[in-house]
Write a protein that binds this ligand. Structure first.
Ligand code: BGP
Length: 478
């Protein structure tokens, strides 16, 4: 029976805006995340184009990876990481997104980070844009609704590809690009919220702008892939989707159809474009029924064909149920909701825990595309307790990860070509949905708290040694 390949990429995942801090250091500009306040499960985070005195903006310091990268990467190496997923903050390289020339200090920072990874034999896996587009592009173009963003993005890609061509091989264009098919994507991913101030989740939803923005992201992603393939044949280019696995709530055919429709537009639409190179057949009807009409330029459809990705990556945290008539309880999670599954437990944030759903999902994706897959986010956001003796006994996290790795192993035995696994927030960092620190994912605890206080000291959790063993045995000992 097949098991994890010898060169399986075990590691962990992060994003610049959630862990770097140093938000205005060395010439960095303001990203959309830098104007988002903190929040919690019950108190939603807000976006404030003008910074408010006395309000906490968690990206500003985060866990200060900017000044702790050597120590942090050494800890990842101690666990045996083969890869480390991080994002480049676009605003460190192009502060407003519109400059002609890159900011040397920003480029130099990632040189140091990649050198530290390579010194430890860790392969960087870089997300080019992870919920941190320059706020300047939002003000000027209403984010990705503006076609101009394509050139700005390409300029950014050209600069980082050339600079890091000998250090980085694996690239992902847009984090969770399909968040743009849902209202939640308009703020962090698409930035189609020019002038909006208020609760992030309450931003007015304009599907026309969202899908126009997505089209521009598709073209930008395809152009970046094409540039990489032509100029840097050693690069491997991936997409990245938020996979929100959905089950029909009942076997009522109405529920089956409703689930299929939602799966198409939320989970498959973007990757159908990015992997196959063209808009899927079912999109036409959706656009028609939702009054969406996408403006394209000559050549766009050819570019999409020429810029298909080499591998498919996704985040997987949970599954949900779908019914035509919602009379079941709603669940929360990944900012997109769904119905409760009576067979599953949920995290403290209401995200339903479904390891078998991961095996199912891996099989579904692989049977559709047959290109290598990678799970680049997965994990349990939980309240951790720092004991008096300094230990953090996160057995619940070990249980969650063990169960998911077991199911990945099953999927590999099923024949799925899986390249790697990078659990989310391998070191504690700021939550994307709530802006809080209390929702922790890490193998490494960071003494940083929701009120902004904390020494920033790093401590190994119980899961640290457990994961080290998993990597050492290539997933045989869980
Ligand atoms: C994904 C994002 C990440 C990350 C993760 C966990 O949607 O790509 O940035 O934060 O979810 O979500 P949260 O931080 O809200 O718990």
């Amino acid at each position: 029976m097949k098991t994890f390949r010898k060169d399986f990429l075990w590691g962990g995942a992060t994003a610049a805006n959630q862990f770097e801090g140093a938000w205005d250091v060395d010439g960095k500009g303001v990203s959309v995340s830098d104007v988002c306040t903190n929040g919690s499960h019950t108190n939603p985070k807000r976006i404030t184009p003008v910074l408010e005195e006395g309000t906490l903006y968690p990206s500003h310091e985060a866990i200060d990876f900017y000044h702790h990268y050597e120590e942090d990467i050494a800890l990842f190496a101690e666990m045996g990481f083969k890869t480390f997923r991080l994002s480049i903050a676009w605003t460190r390289i192009f502060p407003t997104g519109m400059e002609e020339e890159p900011n040397e200090a920003g480029l130099a920072f990632y040189d140091k980070v990649f050198d530290a990874c390579l010194k430890h034999g860790i392969e960087p896996l870089v997300t080019i844009s992870h919920y941190e587009m320059p706020y300047g592009l939002i003000e000027k173009y209403n984010g990705w609704e503006g076609r101009e963003c394509i050139d700005c993005f390409l300029n950014y890609c050209a600069a980082i590809f050339e600079r890091y061509k000998d250090k980085v091989k694996y690239w992902l264009t847009f984090n969770e690009i399909n968040s743009g098919t849902m209202p939640m994507g308009s703020v962090l991913s698409l930035g189609t919220i020019k002038g909006y101030s208020g609760v992030v989740m309450d931003a007015p939803d304009k599907p026309q702008e969202r899908f126009q923005g997505l089209h521009h992201q598709f073209v930008a992603s395809a152009k970046a892939v094409k540039l990489a393939h032509e100029k840097y044949p050693q690069f491997k280019m991936g997409n990245m989707c938020l996979f929100a696995t959905m089950y029909p709530y009942t076997c009522n055919p109405d529920d089956i159809i409703e689930t299929q429709k939602k799966m198409q537009m939320m989970n498959w639409f973007c990757s159908d474009v990015q992997v196959r190179g063209y808009y899927p057949y079912y999109a036409d009807r959706y656009f028609e029924e939702n009054n969406i009409s996408i403006k394209m330029e000559d050549g766009d459809l050819e570019i999409l064909k020429e810029g298909t990705v080499d591998f498919y990556t996704f985040s997987y945290y949970m599954s949900n149920c779908v019914a035509k008539e919602a009379d079941a309880d709603a669940t929360s999670g990944n900012l997109m909701g769904g119905l409760k599954n009576p067979y599953l437990q949920a995290s403290d944030w209401g995200w339903q825990i479904d390891p078998k759903g991961l095996r199912y999902t891996l099989n579904e994706i692989y049977s559709r595309y047959q290109i290598p897959l990678m799970v680049v986010e997965n994990g349990l956001g939980a309240y951790d307790k720092l004991e008096e003796d300094g230990s953090i006994n996160d057995d619940y996290r070990i249980d969650y990860l063990r169960a998911h790795i077991e199911q990945m192993r099953e999927a590999v035995a099923d024949g799925v070509d899986l390249m790697g696994y990078t659990p989310w927030g391998c070191i504690d960092l700021v939550s994307a949905s709530t802006g809080e620190m209390a929702k922790r994912y890490g193998f490494i605890y960071v003494e940083k708290y929701d009120d902004g206080t904390g020494t920033l000291a790093r401590r190994k959790k119980k899961s640290f040694d457990w994961y080290k063993k998993v990597i050492e045995t290539n997933g045989a000992e869980l």
